[in-house]
Design a protein around this ligand. Structure first.
Ligand code: IDP
Ligand code: MG
Length: 192
């Protein structure tokens, strides 16, 4: 059996096992969890979301392409209309900011594409790839620096720390929506 077939076969097994769990409400015990790993840092995960302006402007493919080309591994992906409940939790730290209500309105104005990306130092690296919160400050070559102009419409979300990433992944994904698959180019990307 070839390597690709083994990869596909393993993913299918995991999908079948995970598929036995019922979908429905989202109890905290069923939310996405960070996988542990024997090699430090290689399976770090982060939440990236293309916000409603990015979806409307057909930028989903551009965002995905940057993470794929960088070498990170996609382990979760979905298009959803976020409700106020999930966004209230997601933006809990901003609740006293003057722009808080605007952010909630903006984020519920249309579908978002939520993703989980995995790889070495992915939280820090993806923040660098996304760029500064205010596109005016975001460098060319970053996602916000290339695709946005105003802070209220900055195209993409990226978790800002490993702890935040774990919390956000658990909020947006059930554990059975994350696929732990073998990446064919793993040995080319890493020395391990
Ligand atoms: P981040 O997205 O770079 O982590 P945060 O400070 O966590 O930045 O803010 C979350 C989001 O709130 C921003 O991405 C942006 O959409 C929105 N936001 C931040 N500051 C402002 C502002 O001054 N006016 C309007 N929206 C803002
Ligand atoms: Mg933030």
């Amino acid at each position: 059996m070839g390597f690709l077939q083994r990869c596909v076969g393993r993913s299918r097994c995991l999908l079948l096992l995970e598929g036995q769990r019922s979908l429905g409400s989202l109890p905290s015990s069923d939310r996405g969890q960070q996988y542990s790993t024997g090699v430090a840092g290689l399976q770090e995960r982060t939440l990236i979301a293309v916000k409603p302006d990015g979806v409307q402007r057909r930028l989903v493919g551009d965002v995905i392409k940057r993470f794929e080309k960088r070498g990170f591994k996609l382990v979760g992906l979905k298009l959803l209309q976020a409700n106020e409940g999930i966004l209230t939790e997601h933006y809990h730290e901003l609740r006293r900011k003057p722009f808080y209500q605007e952010v909630i309105q903006y984020m519920t104005s249309g579908p978002v594409v939520a993703m989980v990306w995995e790889g070495y130092n992915v939280v820090k690296t993806s923040r660098a790839m996304v760029g500064e919160t205010n596109p005016t400050e975001a460098k060319p070559g970053t996602i916000r620096g290339d695709f946005s102009i105003h802070v209220s419409r900055n195209v993409v979300h990226a978790s800002d720390s490993v702890e935040t990433a774990q919390r956000e992944i658990s909020l947006w994904f059930r554990s059975n929506e994350l696929i732990d698959w073998d990446c064919c180019n793993h040995k080319i990307m890493y020395e391990h």
